[in-house]
Design a protein around this ligand. Structure first.
Ligand SMILES: CC(=O)N[C@H]1[C@@H](OP(=O)(O)OP(=O)(O)OC[C@H]2O[C@@H](n3ccc(=O)[nH]c3=O)[C@H](O)[C@@H]2O)O[C@H](CO)[C@@H](O)[C@@H]1O[C@H](C)C(=O)N[C@@H](C)C(=O)N[C@@H](CCC(=O)O)C(=O)O
Ligand SMILES: Nc1ncnc2c1ncn2[C@@H]1O[C@H](COP(=O)(O)OP(=O)(O)OP(=O)(O)O)[C@@H](O)[C@H]1O
Length: 459
C-alpha cells in the first residue's frame, strides 16, 4: 500500500492478535490491512490487577477472542476486502457463521448508503475439520459458578434507566456499566445511586486518518461491540448476567423501496441477541446469561414505564448527538431536530403531563411546523422510517392518534396536520395504543428474573 489509504487496493483484512494484561486491565485488539501497519484498539477494565483462575482465565480468552472478532468490524468496513484472515488462532464453522451475520447485517445501513453489496463477500476462514454445532443442546463450555450479579449496560437514555429501575424493584444485585467517556452517561449512572463500572475504549487512531483519506465509512453495529465488551468484563469481574435494554421494536428496520429491509439497529434486535446469548453459553461459560430486559416491550410500553419515574428527568437524554467520539455535541441535552428527539417526545407524550414533557425538552416539538417532515418519516408517511433507533411506524401513528384526541395536544401544529391530512388516509388501521402495550412472549430473560418482573411491566 502507498502512504495514503487506498481502499480499492486492499486485498486482505487481518485479525493480527489480541491479548489481555490482568496487571493493568488493558485488552489489546490488533488488526491490519495486507502488510500495512497494525491498527490497535484498546479496552480498559477498571479495578486491575485481576487474577482469574484456570477455568475463568480460559473463558476470558474465549470472550476476548470474540470481542477481537466483533470489534474488527470498525476497521474491516474501511475497505471491505474480499479476503479475511485470522493470524493467531482458529475459529470453527459456528463462530464464523455468527461473525458473518454480524458483519453482513450489522453493516446493512453502511452497505446501503455506500452503494455496496456485501452478500457473499464476507467470509471468515474456518479451521479445517470443524463442523458447525447446534445451539443449546451442544454446550461444551463449563459452568463457572459466577456470582449472581447483573452488569447492566447504561446508555444515558430512557431505556436502560427503565431496566435499572425494574431490576431494583425486583431486588436483583446490579452494577451499571458503560463504555466510553460520556459525561452524560456518567451523570445518569451516578444518579442511579448504584455501583458503577466505566470501561474505556480507544479506537486505533489510524482509522480516523484513513477516514480522512477516503476509507469507506458509515454505521457499524455498535451494540454488538458493547455487548462483547461487557461479556468479556462479566467473565473477568465475576458476574453471571449481562443485561441490555433493547426493546422489541429494534428488530424491525426501515423498508427501502428496491432494497428491502435495512435495520440501523440490527445488533439491538432479537436475532442478534439469540445468536450471541447461545454462543456465550456454548463457548464461553454455560452459566453466563446475555439478554435484553426490554425485549418483550414495544417502544411505547418502555415510554409508559419511563413516565412513571421522574428521578431522571433532568439527567437523561436519548439524543444520539450527545454521543460522538469526535466533533460537536449539542448545546443542550436534546438537539430537538433529530429523529430520536422527535420520536422520544412523541412516545412520552401520551403518558406524561404536557408541562413535564415540555420542561424536559425545553420546547414543544409537536407545535413546530419545521418538524412536520421528521414526524412524517416516523409514521412512514411518504417517506421511510429514519435510520435511527426509533419505534415502529405503527407506534408513531398510534401515539399521534392518541394525542389527536386530547384537548391539550390536538391543536398543536404537527398533531393538527395529522388529524387533517394523514388520519383520513389511514382507513381501517387500528390506531389504539393498548394492544401495543401488551408484553410479547418472545424474549430471553431468565425465568427467575421474568417471574419477578412481568407483573411490574404489566401494571
Ligand atoms: C454518535 C453517533 O451517532 N455516531 C455515529 C456517526 O459517527 P460520527 O462520524 O458522527 O462520529 P463518531 O461517533 O464520533 O465516530 C467517529 C468515527 O469513528 C467510527 N467508529 C466509531 C465507533 C465505533 O465503534 N467504530 C467506528 O468505526 C465512525 O464510523 C466514525 O467515522 O456516524 C457514524 C457513521 O454512520 C456511526 O457509525 C456513528 O455511530 C456510533 C458508532 C455510535 O455509537 N452510534 C450510536 C449512538 C448508535 O447509533 N446506536 C444505535 C444502535 C445501533 C446498533 O446497531 O447497535 C442506536 O441507538 O440506534
Ligand atoms: N456507551 C454505552 N455503554 C454501554 N452500553 C451502552 C452505551 N450506549 C448505549 N448502550 C446500551 O445499548 C443499548 C441501546 O442503546 P439505546 O441508546 O437504545 O438505549 P438508551 O440510551 O438506554 O435509551 P434511548 O433509546 O432512550 O436512547 C441499551 O441497552 C444501552 O444501555
Amino acid at each position: 500500500m502507498n502512504n495514503a489509504f487506498d481502499r480499492e487496493g486492499v486485498r486482505t483484512f487481518r485479525f493480527v492478535d489480541c491479548g489481555f494484561d490482568p496487571a493493568t486491565g488493558v485488552a489489546r485488539l490488533a488488526y491490519a490491512f495486507d502488510d500495512g501497519p497494525e491498527l490497535v484498539e484498546t479496552v480498559t477494565l477498571p479495578g486491575a490487577p485481576f487474577a482469574p483462575d484456570g477455568a475463568r482465565a480460559q473463558a476470558a480468552v474465549k470472550a476476548l477472542r470474540l470481542l477481537h472478532l466483533v470489534a474488527g468490524v470498525s476497521y474491516y468496513k474501511a475497505a471491505v476486502p474480499g479476503d479475511i484472515r485470522i493470524d493467531g488462532y482458529a475459529i470453527d464453522d459456528a463462530t464464523a457463521a455468527l461473525l458473518e451475520d454480524v458483519y453482513l447485517h450489522g453493516l446493512g445501513e453502511f452497505a446501503y448508503r455506500n452503494g455496496l453489496d456485501l452478500h457473499g463477500r464476507i467470509r471468515f476462514p474456518r479451521a479445517a475439520g470443524n463442523a458447525a454445532r447446534g445451539d443449546d443442546g451442544d454446550s461444551r463450555a463449563p459452568g463457572l459458578q459466577f456470582r449472581r450479579h447483573a452488569l447492566v449496560a447504561i446508555g444515558g437514555g430512557k431505556d436502560s434507566l427503565v431496566s435499572i429501575e425494574a431490576l431494583r424493584a425486583a431486588g436483583i444485585d446490579q452494577t451499571v456499566a458503560w463504555i466510553g467517556g460520556s459525561q452524560l452517561i456518567a451523570a445518569c449512572a451516578a444518579r442511579t445511586g448504584l455501583p458503577t463500572l466505566n470501561i474505556q475504549r480507544q479506537l486505533a487512531p489510524e482509522l480516523f486518518e484513513y477516514n480522512r483519506q477516503g476509507a469507506y465509512n458509515g454505521h457499524i453495529p455498535v451494540t454488538a461491540i458493547n455487548s462483547a465488551i461487557l461479556a468479556f468484563a462479566a467473565v473477568v469481574l465475576d458476574a453471571d448476567q449481562v443485561v441490555f435494554s433493547n426493546e422489541r421494536s429494534a428488530s424491525y428496520g426501515s423498508l427501502i423501496e428496491g432494497t428491502g429491509e435495512v435495520n440501523h439497529q440490527w445488533s439491538k434486535g432479537w436475532a442478534f441477541e439469540q445468536a450471541l446469548a447461545g454462543y456465550l453459553r456454548r463457548e464461553v461459560a454455560a452459566d453466563l446469561r446475555y439478554y435484553s430486559l426490554l425485549r418483550p416491550l414495544s417502544e411505547l410500553a418502555v415510554a409508559r414505564q419511563f413516565a412513571k419515574i421522574d428521578r431522571y428527568d433532568a439527567w437523561f437524554s436519548s439524543c444520539n448527538r450527545n454521543f460522538h467520539l469526535l466533533g460537536e455535541r449539542p448545546t443542550s441535552r436534546w438537539c430537538g431536530v433529530c429523529p430520536k428527539c422527535h420520536f422520544v417526545f412523541l412516545a412520552l407524550a401520551p403518558f406524561m403531563p404536557k408541562p413535564r414533557l415540555v420542561g424536559i425538552f425545553g420546547r414543544n416539538l409537536l407545535d413546530d411546523a419545521a418538524q412536520v417532515p421528521g414526524y412524517d418519516a416516523l409514521m412512514e408517511y411518504r417517506d421511510h422510517k429514519p435510520f435511527e433507533c426509533v419505534g415502529e411506524a405503527r407506534e408513531s401513528r398510534a401515539a399521534m392518534a392518541a394525542l389527536a384526541a386530547r384537548p391539550e395536544w390536538r391543536e398543536d401544529t404537527v398533531v393538527a396536520r395529522f388529524r387533517g391530512v394523514i388520519l383520513p388516509q389511514l382507513g381501517g388501521e387500528d390506531l389504539a395504543i393498548a394492544p401495543l402495550l401488551v408484553p410479547d412472549p418472545e424474549h430471553g430473560i431468565p425465568d427467575a428474573v421474568w417471574s419477578r418482573l412481568h407483573a411490574y411491566f404489566a401494571a
